[in-house]
Design a binder for this molecule. Structure first.
Ligand code: HEC
Length: 212
């Protein structure tokens, strides 16, 4: 997402495709795979507490991802060896259009997968810790994706925790970024219903006009 398209015949593209085939060996096309997607978790109904998140980060994350979020490289900058522990902010991490840049998504991921070794059925962080540490991570600078304003052209399907404009739910940008999120879920449900009703009305009108 942050880079340049790979040439189709490049070593890296072949490696990606090979790895994806390896992961899906023996699985029929279109099958539902156990472990795919993200387990839901309860979002605290409050703005995230960045100071509390910083403390969780220091205690539970910094040992691998670094005190400054820069991760641990496998080799040297520029040698394409990647990271042993990925950076969580700065130039070399996911950009602001990524799913991981959404507070609800990051909270679910962190709660069920981090610290490394955590299994979804035995989380180590509480809902509050996962929420605050994710918000702390997302409060840090990261690469900016171009043309985000056209990322969700249909609008109704733009996730309520996407932290970039246009914002359609009539609340401050800060709430999309740092919560509270439950009211946004409800607002978005209402907006989707309204747009759907409008769409149905418009289609009916067009069909009526077509008859005449
Ligand atoms: C023992 C080392 C270790 C600790 C501690 C740890 N992580 Fe990770 N983390 C990893 C590794 C390795 C990966 C990459 C592989 C993976 O996703 O499982 C990763 C991946 C991630 C990612 C995904 C990054 C991306 O680009 O998609 C996030 C977000 C993350 N960690 C957040 C956290 C947070 C928040 C904490 C503290 C609560 C934490 N990690 C603690 C090792 C660790």
């Amino acid at each position: 997402m942050s880079g340049q398209p790979l040439p189709l015949d490049s070593r890296e593209m072949k490696a990606f495709v090979t790895y994806i085939s390896f992961l899906s060996r023996g699985i029929p096309v279109g099958a539902t795979v156990e472990g795919a997607g993200m387990v839901q978790s309860k979002m605290p109904n409050r703005r995230a507490n960045l100071e509390a998140g910083a403390k969780v980060y220091e205690a539970q994350c910094a040992v691998c991802h670094g005190p400054d979020g820069q991760g641990v490289r496998a080799g040297q900058p520029g040698d394409a060896q990647g990271y042993i522990f990925p950076p969580l902010w700065g130039n070399d991490t996911f950009n602001n259009g990524a799913g991981m840049n959404r507070l609800a998504m990051a909270t679910r991921f962190v709660k069920h997968n981090m610290p490394q070794g955590t299994s979804f059925d035995a989380p180590q962080l509480t809902d509050d810790e996962a929420y605050d540490v994710s918000a702390y991570m997302l409060s840090k600078p990261r690469p900016v994706k171009a043309n985000l304003e056209v990322d969700f052209p249909a609008r109704w399907n733009k996730p309520m925790d996407s932290a970039f404009p246009p914002y359609l739910l009539g609340v401050p940008a800060d709430q999309h970024r740092f919560g509270p999120l439950p009211p946004l879920v409800e607002k978005q449900r209402q907006m989707a219903e309204q747009l759907k009703a409008q769409g149905v009305a418009e289609r009916a009108k067009a069909a009526e006009a077509g008859k005449q």
